[in-house]
Design a protein around this ligand. Structure first.
Ligand code: COA
Length: 146
């Protein structure tokens, strides 16, 4: 597995991944817009044949990163793909002297919460009823660099 910047050739697979994972998935068009967004830091984990295993994206605004997406195809889970994507984000944060990278996660999403806590993210608070389809609170997690 390698982690590479998101490119146009990855968009179709990532849109399918979004459909498989989320009740309000990002469309291919939304993902493609990020290719031209100077704030976007989107990374893709690919196998030896270049097939997409998972991806992660955040927006670099000021001295913060705000994560918008993290997802791994079901067949590729529990093999360290998401951990590798988060490690790449941490490297970016260190190199670019970010204060923190922050994100929201459904409070019921035990797998993602375990992933973030294992990667050094700490719980900052809760946004009540942040999500829809179904309505649910979001836990706010951040990885601090300084
Ligand atoms: C959450 C998700 C991204 C994890 O991806 P992954 O590649 O399987 O995660 P990794 O293999 O890198 O796991 C790293 C660690 O996270 C934790 N973890 C991951 N999946 C877990 C699960 N199902 N149950 C408990 N802990 C889990 C474990 O601590 C794991 O380390 P370990 O395997 O050594 O025990 C994946 O399950 C997914 O895409 N889910 C659907 C989309 C989603 O919920 N995204 C997050 C939105 S905020």
């Amino acid at each position: 597995m390698t982690v590479v910047p998101m490119r146009a050739e990855h968009i179709e697979a990532i849109a399918a991944l979004e459909q498989a994972c989320f009740s309000t998935p990002w469309s291919a068009a939304s993902l493609a817009e990020e290719l031209n967004n100077p704030l976007a830091v989107f990374r893709v984990a690919v196998d030896a044949d270049g097939r997409v295993l998972g991806y992660m994206g955040f927006h670099h605004i000021g001295d913060e990163g705000y994560v918008t997406n993290v997802a791994v195809f079901p067949a590729a889970r529990r093999r360290g793909v998401a951990a590798a994507l988060l490690a790449e984000t941490a490297r970016y944060g260190e190199a670019n002297r970010l204060y923190r990278v922050t994100l929201e996660v459904r409070v019921s999403n035990a797998a993602a919460i375990a992933l973030y806590e294992g990667a050094g993210y700490v719980r900052d608070g809760v946004r009540p009823r942040f999500y829809r389809d179904p309505v649910e609170d979001a836990a706010i997690y951040s990885r601090y660099f300084q």
